[in-house]
Design a protein. Structure first.
Length: 460
């Protein structure tokens, strides 16, 4: 009982389909390898891709390391390789490729018969197929069937599916059992000719369609999916610098009196009620980018919220003795908007966290930077990490400049600090909102897709 959700290309809707089928089939989400800067703490103390956590939480499950055995995080200094929740360090591409045979053995050991498996990128890429531990090798060696998700809005849906079928070795083609048309506009009858053409030439079965949705019902997986969020009159601008991470937390603004835009130029900040410096996998390169783009003086004019790496950038000095961010040991000046220093340590904090102080805050931490207070005072004390009691000072506020190390804080009492800026957010907890989003996604999916036939494939 397992099925692979694959596609000829990235950003076709695989994550959406896995979210819905995990709920509908009572399955377990799984992606053997994911490249993403959006991550989340697992219940067994590790770090996995946010979207696999989203899929798990949306199905009433807890995120676990095995759901995403290999997470790849581009860092500007190579790729950080995280295996079963633990970082192995940064690798060049050719170094990572040498790890794949051993990683594949580990992946095979956890694939089970109750999984809804999401493949990575495009299936059957000839330059990568024999290293594809997320899709092709699972089909080839473990005999798990796959269906294709075809993005018809881009064009070329049927041709790309036919291409995948013909690129795959004849011994594997039979594992392609069906296809779903995603992002379809119009009447289903206009698909009939193309559907019959593809069915007759490949043996794959048409499994239905998902209509084009103006607003995706799930949080995005990566920066390819960045778009405007919310419908309110207040203007929030998130600076989309290189290596931006965990930006999906700003989907809290879907239920607010604000609209969020992701910006890349200082002129786009005009009229902002709040500017956000989001998390980043590389504070050094993001800071250099801000300076080169001319943001520094402009940022002083606006109310500002920094989250994790964005909070660190707002400080006076960033100390990187091991070259974890800058690529070589160095100290560099931050924006000087808050009177704190940051020191980067080898050990990464990965935790579900809670804090108390001027406000109660709840969310998650994924960081190596430690906050050292100079003149500013902590905004709260983190008192719980992964259920364990701790005592860690965090956060800072100076006039309309605010910072926190905790992602997802806008889903907690921390959002009250934005009310003085006229910004109101009325979301429930992040986990409750994820469950609601997954439920709505499944409802939309069921309307046009043959769940019964998919279940037969899943059980085969």
């Amino acid at each position: 009982m397992a099925i692979i959700i694959s596609s000829p290309m990235s950003d076709s809707g695989k994550s959406f389909v896995v979210t819905t089928l995990t709920r509908a089939l009572n399955g377990v989400p799984f992606k053997a390898q994911n490249m993403s800067l959006n991550s989340y703490p697992s219940d067994d103390g590790g770090e996995i891709a946010f979207i696999q956590s989203f899929q798990a939480l949306g199905a009433g499950l807890r995120p676990r390391n095995f759901m995403n055995p290999v997470l790849l995080k581009p860092s500007g200094n190579g790729i950080e390789v995280i295996v079963f929740g633990r970082s192995l360090g940064n690798f060049r591409a050719e170094e990572y490729y040498k790890l794949i045979p051993d990683l594949w053995k580990k992946v095979k050991s956890v694939v089970s018969r109750d999984m809804v498996i999401e493949s990575a990128g495009g299936l059957a890429e000839p330059n990568f197929m024999e290293r594809d531990i997320s899709g092709f090798l699972i089909m080839k060696e473990l005999g798990i069937p796959a269906i294709l998700v075809l993005d018809i809005d881009r064009g070329g849906a049927f041709a790309s599916a036919f291409g995948v079928y013909n690129i795959l070795p004849p011994s594997v083609r039979g594992m392609l059992r069906g296809f779903i048309i995603n992002k379809f506009r119009g009447e289903e009858k206009f698909l009939e000719e193309g559907v019959k053409w593809l069915e007759n030439r490949t043996g794959m079965k048409y499994l239905g369609f998902v209509p084009y949705l103006e607003e995706s019902p799930i949080m995005p997986e990566d920066s390819m999916n960045v778009r405007e969020v919310g419908f309110g009159e207040r203007k929030v601008s998130v600076i989309s610098y290189p290596y931006m991470s965990n930006f999906n937390e700003f989907y809290a603004f879907l239920k607010s009196n604000a609209t969020v835009r992701f910006v890349t130029r200082p002129s786009q900040l005009e009229g902002s009620d709040l500017v956000i410096l989001p998390g980043t996998r590389n504070t050094y390169q993001s800071l250099v980018w801000l300076k080169e783009r001319g943001f520094v003086e402009t940022l002083r004019k606006y109310p500002l919220l920094g989250v994790c790496g964005g909070f660190q950038i707002m400080g006076k000095k960033l100390i990187d003795p091991y070259g974890l961010e800058a690529g070589e040991p160095r100290e560099y000046q931050g924006l000087g908007l808050l009177s704190i220093n940051v020191r980067f340590e080898v050990d990464k904090v990965v935790s579900l966290s809670e804090g108390k102080g001027e406000v109660e805050i709840k969310g998650y931490e994924i960081r190596r930077g430690r906050i050292e207070y100079v003149n500013d005072k902590p905004l709260y004390v983190i008192h719980k990490r992964n259920g364990n009691h701790v005592n860690v000072e965090d956060g800072a506020m100076r006039e309309e400049k605010l910072g926190t190390s905790i992602h997802g804080s806008l889903y907690s009492g921390f959002r009250k600090l934005l009310e003085d800026l006229g910004i109101k957010i009325w979301v429930k907890s992040m986990e409750e909102e994820i469950a609601d989003m997954a439920s709505k996604a499944t409802e939309a999916f069921r309307k046009g897709v043959d769940i019964d036939t998919i279940q037969e494939i899943y059980k085969s």
